[in-house]
Design a protein around this ligand. Structure first.
Ligand SMILES: Nc1ncnc2c1ncn2[C@@H]1O[C@H](COP(=O)(O)OP(=O)(O)OP(=O)(O)O)[C@@H](O)[C@H]1O
Length: 225
């Protein structure tokens, strides 16, 4: 079953009087439980595609289906709710808030969820346990190491038990040993919980660990393995 499908998606950016086509007709169907790497050179359109898949940005043209339903037919409020429940994000620009505690950072996606405090805390502690950071719950997020911060991001991405995790360069700023641990964590979630994993990466080793590699060049998919 396809969880997410894009058909003929184009994305244009306006720069003054000019337009720049970052995606030139991309079609892709993502199955439940698979792991996909989006690879390609800097500026090829990877992040643009990722943002469109994650429904954070709208394409200029083309269709997107989430769980078989065209997103154009879903009202905005329902769509926001659905995105919040279905997706988890490990993105550099959704960085953790350094002044808040680890617990508060991970709780963020649950704020909109209508759960009571006790249940929220239980879920946060479970998520922190799975990244082995439950002992740091009360720490300021700022006082953690780079790898620990990235694990906080993963805990926050899984706290609402999403169907899909989007990860943009999840190991980008980490040393190789910490990076491996983060990879292991993401692939365990994929294998054990059946969470679909969509990763943008420059790292060929990480890409090869995924079931499928989507190679983007100049706004096109040029190769699929
Ligand atoms: N908001 C924007 N306005 C104008 N142009 C943009 C905008 N966002 C991206 N672009 C352009 O679209 C193209 C694709 O950008 P994108 O960020 O998707 O590339 P990428 O493959 O993720 O690159 P990187 O690996 O360097 O992050 C680039 O040429 C970029 O300059």
């Amino acid at each position: 079953m396809s969880v997410l499908t894009v058909k003929n998606v184009e994305k244009e950016y306006k720069i003054g009087k000019n337009t720049f086509k970052a995606l030139k007709g991309v079609s892709l169907s993502i199955k439940k439980g698979e792991s996909i790497a989006i690879i390609g050179k800097s500026g090829s359109g990877k992040s643009t595609l990722m943002h469109i898949l994650a429904l954070l940005d709208k394409p200029t043209s083309g269709e997107i289906e989430l769980l078989g339903q065209n997103v154009k037919d879903i009202n905005k409020k329902v769509l926001n709710h659905l995105r919040n429940e279905t997706f988890g994000f490990v993105f550099q620009q959704f960085f953790i808030n350094p002044k808040d505690t680890v617990l508060d950072n991970v709780m963020l996606p649950l704020k909109i969820n209508g759960l009571n405090n006790k249940e929220r805390k239980r879920r946060v502690m479970n998520a922190l346990k799975s990244v082995e950071l439950d002992d740091k719950a009360q720490n300021n997020a700022n006082d953690l190491s780079g790898g620990q911060k990235q694990r906080v991001c993963i805990a926050r991405a899984i706290v609402n038990e999403p169907d899909i995790i989007f990860a943009d360069e999840p190991t980008g700023n980490l040393d190789s040993k910490t990076g491996e641990k983060i990879e292991e964590l993401l692939f365990n979630l994929n294998r054990e919980k059946g969470i679909t994993l969509i990763v943008v990466t420059h790292d060929p080793e990480l890409a090869n660990k995924c079931d499928r590699q989507i190679h983007i060049k100049d706004g096109y998919i040029v190769e699929e393995n």
